[in-house]
Design a binder for this molecule. Structure first.
Ligand SMILES: *[C@@H]1O[C@H](CO)[C@@H](O)[C@H](O)[C@H]1NC(C)=O
Ligand SMILES: *[C@@H]1O[C@H](CO)[C@@H](O)[C@H](O)[C@H]1NC(C)=O
Length: 351
């Protein structure tokens, strides 16, 4: 969940008609408050229940109690949950590679099966950095099953060829959709636990990210070794209640008005003693579809706070304008528009 995109999305919906509506609502609300104020000073008895039950804190309380009434049969609520844990397994795997190589850092990139371009660009850019500051780094791609069927070459056949050639594909048997990203993330934790016993850190990094592996390893060599997670840490992020938002969350699914701290899903780093604890927590918290928020919920459950990066310029959501070539040597990660931009930037980055 990226706040900046969320705001952008919200802004486009902010057309003239709703604006007029909201002014009218504001006007009415002010009128109501005036009425309450006057009535209380005049000691007129108003239907108190009516007013108090519409106050924000009261309605939150009311909604909290309604959580208990959700049944799995209620479709409006269940579509915001995902099937985790589920009976998932890896169809394409690298069962021994991580244990044999014992890398210091593993980079895990969720990517749709049909998005071969993104994988190839990563293989030719930051994926080439396998020994950094004397530390071994390896990367893997996380895939689910495709919904898109290509008649000329079925995705699975092509992915199989990539796997045989590059040995970097982890394909699991759940449907790879946006709303199933939480499943992908949890399977990533499962895979790391069972395959990388001698690895210190992992990073979940999206396929449209610029990544400066050198700066990342440099930061990690000075970072805490245990119970550590960093990235762009969101604190006090509002739960979006607008039905049109990409990250709409009904009160019945998550009644609190703010999310606990969580690291933005674009790219977060963690020590490898965390996945086991996160999975342990996930047994107690029903999985919601917003993957980074869900990891944050698990972190809150185990009582481990997230760490901010050593300084603010390392994990960047947006590229500053103008961007000098030196920018790319100073950051760890930044969201790009697409894979083509990653290719372009990689070719020019250097001071
Ligand atoms: C998520 O994956 C499961 C398992 O493949 C599938 O049954 C479900 O329909 C998927 N959900 C969405 C929203 O795609
Ligand atoms: C774990 O990795 C370290 C260096 O990264 C190496 O010295 C050690 O032998 C490895 N242990 C195992 C059990 O592979």
């Amino acid at each position: 969940m990226r706040e900046t995109s969320a705001f952008k999305h919200e802004k486009t919906k902010w057309t003239r008609a709703p604006r007029l509506m909201s002014f009218m609502t504001l006007f009415l609300m002010m009128g109501s408050f005036m009425l309450i104020f006057c009535s209380s000073s005049l000691k007129v008895s108003w239907p108190l229940n009516f007013w108090t039950s519409s106050g924000p804190s009261q309605s939150d309380l009311h909604m909290t109690t309604s959580v208990g009434t959700i049944s799995p049969a209620n479709p409006s609520a269940s579509e915001f949950f995902v099937e985790y844990p589920g009976k998932y397994s890896f169809i394409l795997d690298e069962p021994n590679r991580c244990q044999q190589e014992s890398p210091f850092l593993v980079l895990m990139t969720p990517v749709a099966p049909q998005n071969r371009e993104a994988r190839d660009v990563i293989r030719n850019t930051w994926g080439t950095e396998t020994t950094v500051l004397g530390q071994m780094v390896s990367h893997y791609f996380l895939l689910g099953l495709s919904k898109v069927e290509d008649r000329a070459e079925p995705i699975k056949e092509q992915v199989l060829q990539e796997s045989q050639r590059h040995h970097d594909i982890l394909l699991s048997n759940f449907l790879d959709t946006y709303n199933n990203l939480t499943i992908k993330t949890m399977l990533m934790f499962e895979w790391l636990i069972s395959h990388c016993p001698n690895t210190s850190y992992a990073m979940k990094v999206d396929s449209d990210m610029f990544l400066n592996v050198h700066n990342l390893v440099d930061m990690l060599l000075k970072a805490p070794r245990h119970l550590y997670m960093t990235g762009v840490v969101e604190r006090g992020a509002a739960v979006l209640r607008d039905h049109n938002s990409k990250w709409y969350m009904p009160v019945s699914v998550f009644p609190e008005s703010r999310y606990p701290p969580y690291a933005l899903g674009m790219g977060y780093v963690f020590s490898l003693d965390l996945p086991q604890r996160i999975l342990g927590a996930s047994a107690h918290i029903k999985a919601v579809y917003i993957e980074d928020v869900y990891v944050g919920l698990c972190m809150r459950h185990i009582g481990i706070s997230l760490t901010d990066p050593p300084h603010g310029g390392l994990f960047r959501v947006k590229i500053p304008h103008p961007t000098s070539n030196c920018y790319w040597t100073s950051v760890i990660t930044t969201i790009l528009q697409n894979s083509k931009q990653l290719s372009r930037v990689w070719g020019t980055s250097g001071c």
